[in-house]
Design a binder for this molecule. Structure first.
Ligand code: ZN
Length: 156
């Protein structure tokens, strides 16, 4: 178990958890949504800026929670910047499949670059720890809610 945990909390995840990227509330944004994971106590807000072509021009977050939830949000903001909303939704679905263990390498990922896929794969290691899946997917669920006009989601 300890070895597996060490593998899970890889250096990259720890680094993102400790110093999250895009951890701020932008002065202007188009959408925001609040996400709560009561099981672990993770709570975050996602801020999205979209242009007229439905491209994500900026994405940022604030909140508090375990290292996995913060690292996942941090890595998500890096991955989504500059991406169309449609692609972001595709990525969310693929990531969710990876985390729940239904599909280790969803075909939908073929159209994304190596670096993006690699980051998702790193986080998808949580599937060995069902309790942690909600931590890793919280930011993505919240982003999805923001895109679809919901202002709040809970993993319960
Ligand atoms: Zn958590």
């Amino acid at each position: 178990m300890l070895d597996d945990l060490r593998e899970l909390y890889q250096e990259v995840i720890l680094d993102h958890g400790k110093s999250p990227r895009n951890f701020r509330r932008p002065e202007t944004f188009s959408r925001e949504a609040v996400g709560n994971n009561p099981m672990c106590g993770d709570a975050l807000v996602i801020y999205l800026s979209l242009d007229d072509d439905q491209t994500i021009t900026d994405v940022a977050f604030q909140g508090k929670g375990c290292a996995i939830s913060m690292a996942s949000a941090s890595m998500m903001t890096e991955v989504l910047k500059g991406m169309s909303v449609e692609k972001a939704e595709t990525l969310f679905q693929a990531f969710h499949l990876m985390c729940t263990g239904d599909d280790d390498a969803p075909q939908a990922l073929d159209s994304f670059d190596e670096e993006t896929v690699e980051r998702l794969r790193m986080l998808a290691g949580v599937r060995q720890f069902p309790m942690r899946v909600k931590c890793a997917t919280l930011a993505w669920h919240t982003m999805d809610a923001a895109v679809n006009g919901s202002q709040e989601i809970s993993t319960e």
